[in-house]
Design a protein around this ligand. Structure first.
Ligand SMILES: *[C@@H]1O[C@H](CO)[C@@H](O)[C@H](O)[C@H]1NC(C)=O
Ligand SMILES: *[C@@H]1O[C@H](CO)[C@@H](O)[C@H](O)[C@H]1NC(C)=O
Ligand SMILES: *[C@@H]1O[C@H](CO)[C@@H](O)[C@H](O)[C@H]1NC(C)=O
Ligand SMILES: *[C@@H]1O[C@H](CO)[C@@H](O)[C@H](O)[C@H]1NC(C)=O
Ligand SMILES: *[C@@H]1O[C@H](CO)[C@@H](O)[C@H](O)[C@H]1NC(C)=O
Ligand SMILES: *[C@@H]1O[C@H](CO)[C@@H](O)[C@H](O)[C@H]1NC(C)=O
Ligand SMILES: *[C@@H]1O[C@H](CO)[C@@H](O)[C@H](O)[C@H]1NC(C)=O
Ligand SMILES: *[C@@H]1O[C@H](CO)[C@@H](O)[C@H](O)[C@H]1NC(C)=O
Ligand SMILES: *[C@@H]1O[C@H](CO)[C@@H](O)[C@H](O)[C@H]1NC(C)=O
Length: 308
């Protein structure tokens, strides 16, 4: 590595003579650089190199090219502030990076952050309530070793559209105040140890398209509002959630595509109205105690009624 380093040194020397190259580049606000140092340390992100600007894309500061890549690893900045001189961090994606630390409260110091994705790491500890002060749009903590409950302060995340906490060891009841976040269109809480009933306030979450709570310890019946008020619903995953049937009357869910109600202690008959949902691709009501016949309206659809 001797030669590349030497080459880099001479480039820096040359360009520092041509000061224009440097002064025209926008840089990350100082307080955010300091916050990132703490955030990296707390998460266990050891390869962030602070000898260069975190918004430069140099060294290990990857710019996010493919948002959906399973190992997306990078920081995205908005550099249009202060006449294109100042950057703020808007997105941090550290998926499958073997991080083994804890969640940093200092994330709250990145005031412009819209997205945090720490999918598939080994992070432990609880969720910092401080994050509730941010204008986060997307949160994914999918596949870690996190514990504790969802802080009630998160009721202030008024921009939140996507909350993915799947496959951790979260517990406790869901804060009713989360029902005040009407932009949420995806909430995936599957494979945790959440308890209690789904709060009635969730009837307000009318943007919901994807809702997954499989493999938890919830109690109570499947709430009516899911089928009455969440008219945009496309996918629901309830298998082993703890919730019980009957299946409430379904009013109008024209875009329902996946409905997984496996092992839900469902009783009674399947609502005939299900047959009206021409977009329904998978209906799984296996391992329940349903009675009666498959409604003729359903047999016309391409639906897998596993072990009814
Ligand atoms: C950057 O921030 C400005 C000011 O908030 C905003 O108008 C603009 O849309 C942002 N740019 C991007 C690419 O998000
Ligand atoms: C900032 O940069 C953008 C894109 O290069 C440009 O369109 C805009 O006019 C610049 N704004 C200022 C205030 O210099
Ligand atoms: C994470 O650890 C595994 C196993 O040691 C290794 O194969 C993989 O490359 C590591 N990933 C990263 C991004 O460091
Ligand atoms: C939030 O996530 C969605 C889906 O991955 C993505 O399309 C969108 O751009 C993200 N929004 C922000 C503000 O990061
Ligand atoms: C939400 O933010 C407001 C204003 O900053 C604050 O007064 C309130 O206590 C916060 N709510 C929660 C539940 O943290
Ligand atoms: C789930 O919570 C119950 C009751 O609090 C507890 O007994 C059980 O060990 C927890 N399970 C997991 C996987 O955390
Ligand atoms: C639910 O709670 C029971 C006992 O309270 C526990 O045995 C079981 O493991 C819990 N289920 C999950 C998915 O944690
Ligand atoms: C849910 O839908 C029912 C029936 O349409 C309606 O009476 C109720 O006001 C709705 N609730 C909310 C919170 O929108
Ligand atoms: C169903 O999906 C179509 C096509 O994406 C969309 O135009 C329509 O608004 C959706 N309906 C509801 C109730 O969300």
């Amino acid at each position: 590595m001797f030669f590349p380093r030497l080459a880099l040194a001479s480039i820096i020397f040359i360009s520092s003579c041509l000061t224009i190259t440097f002064t025209s580049g926008a840089t990350l606000a100082n307080d955010e650089v300091e916050a990132l140092k703490i955030i990296g340390r707390t998460l266990g992100k050891t390869d962030w190199d602070f000898s260069v600007d975190p918004c430069s894309g140099d060294k290990n500061w990857n710019l996010i090219n493919d948002h959906d890549a399973v190992d997306a690893n990078g920081v995205a900045c908005n550099c249009t502030f202060d006449n294109n001189k100042t950057c703020h961090v808007v997105s941090i994606l550290l998926k499958a990076q073997n991080l083994s630390g804890t969640l940093p409260p200092e994330l709250a110091n990145l005031a412009f952050l819209q997205e945090i994705d720490l999918t598939l790491n080994y992070l432990s500890g609880t969720i910092p309530s401080d994050w509730g002060s941010l204008q986060l749009v997307n949160i994914s903590l999918y596949g870690n070793r996190l514990t504790g409950s969802i802080p009630r302060e998160w009721a202030n995340l008024s921009s939140l559209t996507r909350l993915v906490l799947q496959q951790n060891q979260f517990s406790g009841n869901l804060p009713p105040a989360l029902g005040n976040l009407p932009k949420i269109d995806a909430m995936v809480l599957s494979s945790n140890n959440f308890t209690g009933e789904l709060p009635e306030t969730f009837a307000n979450l009318i943007a919901m398209k994807q809702f997954g709570i499989s493999d938890n310890n919830f109690t109570g019946n499947i709430p009516k509002f899911i089928f009455q008020n969440w008219t945009k619903l496309q996918e629901i995953y309830f298998q082993g959630s703890g919730l019980r049937g009957p299946i409430p009357t379904i009013d109008s869910l024209e875009n329902l595509t996946y409905m997984i109600l496996r092992s839900c202690n469902l009783i009674g008959e399947l609502p005939a109205s299900l047959g009206e949902y021409t977009n329904l691709k998978t209906l799984d009501v296996s391992f329940n105690r349903l009675i009666g016949e498959i409604p003729p309206s359903l047999s016309a659809l391409n639906v897998s009624l596993n072990q009814l």
